[in-house]
Design a protein around this ligand. Structure first.
Ligand code: FAD
Length: 215
């Protein structure tokens, strides 16, 4: 197996899902040298298996206002920097008979507190648009949820990152061996979907196993 003895980079990103590819793009835009290592395919993990819902933050408004605001602001950033991957569908929050009346009554003010618009929609109007709505529906609010294509998002992030000099190592044979443990050991973190920056200076990553020989 052809194992490179050293790879030099400033940041090693482990995992090419939406997080890793966006991180590569962000670093490359800032002129930071980085390598993205993906053991499988781009979006082979959760990023290729999700519902593609770009949350407005409305789901968090009752329990975690801070998370709701962060979600809203990050969604807005994505709508600006990756608009071509997003369809501004809007979304419905639907209450059915038996749901907590207080939650329903407070929902619009909770949304307002987090800066998220929530417009009450007449049930018949909502059902005309979405015939599959439950017949037990008692309240509907429209919130700025959207649909996002996570494959396009990751591939476009990665394309821009690579154009700017970021390097991609996909399924490197040596990574599947115990070599990755040594890389992680040098980084001071265990293998994870996204690595961690380990210092401000460019460094050489040992690809030799920490113990014994590469298999
Ligand atoms: C069923 C489901 C539905 C969801 N629906 C939504 C939704 O509608 N809206 C929403 O916002 N979120 C949703 N999520 C959550 C969302 O998908 C994740 O938060 C997001 O994809 C995480 O991205 P990630 O890049 O951090 O991780 P991942 O996409 O899991 O990427 C991790 C990558 O790391 C790689 N990897 C792992 N270990 C190593 C290693 N040792 N070396 C190299 N590479 C490695 C994996 O192969 C993988 O490609 C959903 C999640 C699930 C499971």
């Amino acid at each position: 197996m052809n194992i490179p003895s050293f790879i030099q980079t400033e940041v090693l990103i482990i995992g090419g899902g939406v997080t890793g590819t966006a991180l590569a793009r962000d670093l490359a835009l800032r002129g930071v040298d980085c390598i993205l290592v993906e053991k499988d395919d781009i979006n082979a993990g959760a990023s290729g298996r999700n519902h593609g819902l770009l949350h407005s933050g409305a789901r968090y408004v009752a329990g975690d206002c801070e998370a709701a605001m962060e979600c809203r602001s990050e969604g807005n950033i994505l709508k600006r920097v990756a608009a071509q991957t997003i369809q501004d569908t809007g979304g419905y929050f639907v209450a059915v008979q038996g749901d907590d009346e207080r939650y329903i009554a407070d929902f619009p003010s909770h949304c307002a507190r987090s800066g998220i618009t929530a417009n009450a929609v007449d049930v018949a109007t909502a059902r005309a648009l979405e015939p599959a709505l439950s017949e037990h529906t008692i309240a509907v609010f429209e919130v700025p949820d959207a649909a996002i294509d996570p494959f396009r998002l990751s591939l476009e992030s990665l394309a821009q990152a690579r154009n700017l000099g970021a390097r991609l190592m996909r399924r490197p044979a040596w990574w599947a061996s115990s070599a990755k443990d040594a890389v992680s050991a040098r980084c001071g973190s265990s293998p994870s979907a996204a690595g961690r920056k380990c210092g401000s200076k460019s460094r050489r990553w040992s690809t030799q196993p920490a113990h014994g020989h590469a298999r």
